[in-house]
Design a protein around this ligand. Structure first.
Ligand SMILES: C[S@@+](CC[C@H](N)C(=O)[O-])C[C@H]1O[C@@H](n2cnc3c(N)ncnc32)[C@H](O)[C@@H]1O
Length: 224
């Protein structure tokens, strides 16, 4: 379900780089469906790299999907003509670091399809600071986990407020039932954390307490 929703944001005819591809399911499924023209499956770790090689080989797509052992965007070569990059199933900070350290490999023409597991705020911050506008956002719940999908393209300067970076600018507008349910759950969780902090014997860093208190205020205002 999660990768299906990611797949839905890959444009027809794309030349896709799937970074951190693991088993390589996403590029293989998209190629089988005739959605993409070519793909690179990048993996930094040896075991998933071999798994991706196997999936691609068994699918008979090895002429159009290159599996590469590489760190982040180093999997992309100039001649690939990549038009879409997917980075999915990692923390938002990891995705941000992959984008930031691989900046030189980005032409700015690629659509980014990102599926962070947490850490969405720092990822959105990076997108804003690098001139990427968020075009679509999606939230889905599977196996009791909330997954976010963020689709962005480089358009030039864009400004988001701190609340938009925290909640997601488009999700804040759409206020889907899944979005409201997620933040109701998080509000209860953060309120409990604050209560535990208040009861804690040892002194906690004031900055940490203030940070959670600020989040509780933002979420309460959102849900009011
Ligand atoms: C949890 S899996 C997600 C696989 C797939 N993208 C998905 O969403 O189902 C994360 C994968 O990213 C790979 N990975 C982590 N950091 C990476 C990096 N800097 N460059 C390439 N791959 C990376 C890991 O080795 C792992 O196979």
């Amino acid at each position: 379900m999660r990768l299906e929703r990611v797949a839905a944001h890959v444009p027809a005819g794309a030349r896709l780089a799937d970074i951190g591809s693991d088993h390589g399911y996403l590029p293989v499924a998209l190629m089988r469906r005739g959605v993409i023209a070519a793909a690179v499956a990048g993996e930094v770790a040896l075991t998933p790299f071999h798994a991706a090689e196997r999936t691609v080989c068994e699918s008979g797509q090895d002429l159009r999907i290159s599996v590469r052992l590489a760190n982040g965007l180093a999997a992309i070569e100039p001649g690939d003509g990549i038009t879409a990059i997917s980075i999915c199933g990692m923390g938002g900070e990891t995705i941000r670091d992959i984008l930031d350290s691989g900046k030189a490999r980005l032409t700015g023409q690629e659509r980014l399809i990102l599926q962070p597991n947490g850490g969405e705020q720092p990822l959105r911050q990076w997108l804003m600071e690098n001139g990427y506008r968020i075009l679509f956002e999606e939230l889905l719940r599977e196996n009791r986990f909330d997954y976010e999908i963020i689709v962005a393209e480089r358009t030039g300067p864009v400004v988001y407020t701190v609340e938009q970076l925290y909640f997601g600018p488009l999700q804040m507008q759409a206020r889907s039932p899944a979005f409201l349910a997620k933040w109701q759950r998080l509000l209860r969780h953060k309120q409990r954390t604050l209560t535990h902090f208040a009861r804690a014997r040892q002194a906690l860093p004031e900055e940490k307490v203030q940070d959670i208190a600020r989040q509780v205020r933002w979420i309460s205002e959102l849900l009011a």
